[in-house]
Ligand binder design. Structure first.
Ligand SMILES: [Fe+2]
Length: 240
């Protein structure tokens, strides 16, 4: 058990040889805002980080403007069609001795009426530490830099509690980190709708563009032991 970033981090696997706190970037001296998502259901803890390796979903799910909100019935509304988010992402596991970490580099640009709007360019470096801790380190040319800390706490099988906290440089007005954190939560809530309505298939049919998903599952397998509970697998869904 460790304390870091005003949180208590516990890890129940006695054989774990790494400490989450020592892998964390410093947030000393930064101001803090916090948001907590309602517990999400019908999903496995591994499906949240797997999102990083699923680059194909970025344009479809996270492309519509955040102004259109998180309700997927309305995100493709023509009203908000003038603005789009464009994402470029690359995910990689880290080499030893940080094999429990993985890294995603994310580049965000926005277009308004089809034209790029450079003021909204954002570079995000996401570091996953173990199964339930993510540091999103972002930099903006004028609005400064900060860290979003995302924690995933399993409450019971298929029920996770996710907390997002933002740490931001103190000389920036609080409205800026509040807006960034809200935008991040809107995008996250779009994923939650998908997670709550999908089925987890251990051996899905993947095309070559989905190779990252298989790679991520191999990396994430290190956090399970032989005694870990396995999800019940739907049978016959892909038979015809
Ligand atoms: Fe996503």
């Amino acid at each position: 058990m460790r304390t870091a970033h005003t949180s208590v981090l516990t890890w129940l696997l006695a054989a774990a040889s790494w400490a989450a706190a020592s892998s964390a970037p410093s947030t000393a001296g930064a101001s803090e805002e916090k948001m907590e998502n309602a517990p999400t259901s019908h999903m496995l803890e591994k499906e949240i980080p797997e999102n990083a390796a699923d680059t194909a979903h970025l344009a479809f799910l996270h492309g519509p403007a955040i102004l259109s909100g998180s309700d997927l019935r309305y995100t493709k509304s023509r009203l908000w069609d003038f603005m789009k988010h464009v994402w470029k992402a690359e995910w990689q596991p880290e080499p030893e001795p940080h094999g429990h970490c993985s890294h995603m580099q994310l580049q965000h640009t926005a277009t308004i009426f089809g034209r790029r709007f450079p003021l909204l360019d954002l570079s995000v470096s996401a570091r996953q530490v173990g199964p339930g801790l993510v540091f999103l380190i972002f930099k903006h040319a004028f609005l400064g830099h900060g860290i979003i800390l995302q924690t995933v706490t399993p409450l019971e099988p298929l029920l996770q509690n996710v907390v997002h906290k933002i740490y931001y440089q103190k000389n920036v007005p609080a409205i800026i980190p509040k807006f960034i954190l809200r935008a991040e939560c809107i995008q996250f809530e779009r994923d939650v709708t998908i997670w709550n309505n999908k089925q987890y298939l251990p051996r899905p049919l993947l095309v070559c563009e989905d190779a990252g998903i298989q790679k991520h599952r191999r990396w994430f397998a290190q956090f399970y032991s032989e005694r870990s509970t396995r999800p019940s697998v739907p049978k016959g869904d892909l038979d015809w």
